[in-house]
Design a protein around this ligand. Structure first.
Ligand code: C5P
Length: 217
């Protein structure tokens, strides 16, 4: 039987880094749902479709073929993995993610993947909506400043020119929109285990999660 592990939390808490490592350790497929919302945002923006233009947005989504190839996200045959992390996408993604039709389509796709494979899936609504029956739910947090610092270093390493204050502001704004939207807001599932990673290094968090996984196997 397939097992599912859900990791939710705010922007920049380290979800993807951690989920990838835990996935490798336990042979679970890693599904980055934030990348999927980013890909919809990228394609919508390329086609000049605003978040409130539901009709065109739905048509766009219905024509998107999205799948993961290892860590790469392929959309209509094109590798968008790098492009979706450009600051312009980070600035706009939360607006597209509030749209009901966008969420319905992506949630359906995420559930289909989890039915087929054992997964570790990260996002905002995985434990509360997408995989309510996940074997283990983790809510990963860190202070906004810690998260902004990490994002800054990550982007700098990729050679993308960035400003720390701007990233911090963007993170706070996304936290606000993601936590206050009407549909599937970012919130800790009742049965999720909260881990604050502000003072933990990556192996420390991976070990902590591994401890809980070993408990369910
Ligand atoms: O995880 P990441 O920071 O890349 O996610 C980008 C954005 O996608 C989030 O700020 C949020 O607006 C949206 N998102 C979402 N639900 C998810 C994953 C991401 O609304 N499950």
């Amino acid at each position: 039987m397939n097992i599912s592990i859900a990791i939710d939390g705010p922007a920049g808490a380290g979800k993807s880094t951690i989920a990838k490592l835990v996935g490798d350790r336990y042979s679970l497929m890693y599904i980055n749902t934030g990348a999927m919302y980013r890909a919809v945002t990228l394609k919508a923006m390329q086609n000049n479709i605003k978040p409130d233009n539901t009709e065109e947005l739905v048509e766009l989504i219905n024509n998107l073929d999205m799948h993961f190839q290892g860590e790469k996200l392929i959309v209509n045959g094109q590798d968008v993995t790098e492009e979706i992390y450009m600051p312009i996408i980070s600035k706009n993604v939360s607006y597209y993610s509030t749209i009901k039709e966008v969420r319905e389509k992506l949630v359906e796709l995420q559930r289909r993947i989890a039915q087929k494979y054992s997964v570790i899936m990260d996002g905002r609504d995985i434990g509360t909506v997408v995989l309510k029956d996940a074997k283990l739910k983790i809510f990963l947090t860190a202070s906004a400043e810690t998260r902004a610092n990490r994002r800054y270093k990550e982007l700098e390493e990729k050679g993308i020119e960035v400003n720390y204050e701007e990233i911090l502001e963007d993170i706070k704004k996304r936290d606000y929109i993601d936590s206050n939207r009407e549909i599937s807001p970012l919130t800790k599932a009742e049965d999720a285990i909260e881990i604050d990673s502000s003072n933990l290094d990556i192996p420390g968090v991976v070990d902590k999660i591994s401890y809980y996984i070993d408990g369910i196997k």
